[in-house]
Design a protein around this ligand. Structure first.
Ligand code: GTP
Ligand code: MG
Length: 168
């Protein structure tokens, strides 16, 4: 896969699909803006969902500043809902930067097993099931939403084999 040297990448995947792991592996820490980090910044708690609105407002603001400075930026959030992705496409457009979606499509069972093993996550199975439903719906919509590239990595093997390059 080749990304434009300057783009705004939306990672898309349910909780436990490996977005943050993927981001750490393929991008530098400062390229990655994670919803968890922004929730922690505004509310002292990365799991405080009531802080999401302020957290995303701050995240999009910082993303805009980075894009204006010509810096590739990655949004590490589930992005399984259309309104979340729409905000990302809008920030990219405002700064004349291409929005790109990278989908980590991992079976819900696998994500649930991983989630149960995590000390930093304590939501119930229905939350994950809803994300999985939203993701299924999303897969049909992504290209229509304005993303200039949509890459869908299906399963752990495809995610492991993934190699990132840049357009020259
Ligand atoms: P949220 O932040 O909750 O949305 O999850 P996430 O998509 O960022 O997942 P994260 O990268 O935090 O990974 C969740 C758990 O799965 C962690 O314990 C990881 O170590 C593990 N994990 C991530 N990728 C892989 C993988 O490719 N294989 C295996 N076996 N475990 C993985
Ligand atoms: Mg994460």
């Amino acid at each position: 896969m080749r990304l434009p040297e300057l783009c705004l990448v939306a990672l898309v995947g349910i909780s436990g699909s490996g977005k943050s792991t993927f981001a750490r592996r393929h991008f530098t820490p400062t390229q990655v803006l994670s919803s968890d980090a922004f929730r922690a910044m505004v509310a002292d708690d990365e799991n405080d969902q009531s802080a999401s609105s302020d957290a995303f407002e701050a995240l999009h603001f910082v993303a805009g500043k980075r894009l204006r400075a010509g810096r590739l930026t990655v949004v590490d959030a589930t992005n399984v809902q259309a309104h979340a992705r729409q905000a990302i496409v809008q920030v990219a457009r405002e700064h004349d930067v291409l929005p790109v979606a990278i989908v980590l499509d991992v079976p819900e069972e696998e994500c649930w097993a991983r989630t149960q093993a995590r000390p930093d996550r304590d939501f119930g199975r229905p939350v994950l099931a809803r994300q999985a439903r939203d993701l299924r719906r999303s897969l049909k919509q992504l290209a229509k939403e304005g993303f200039r590239q949509v890459h869908v990595l299906r399963g752990t093997a495809a995610i492991d084999a993934f190699e990132l390059g840049y357009e020259k």
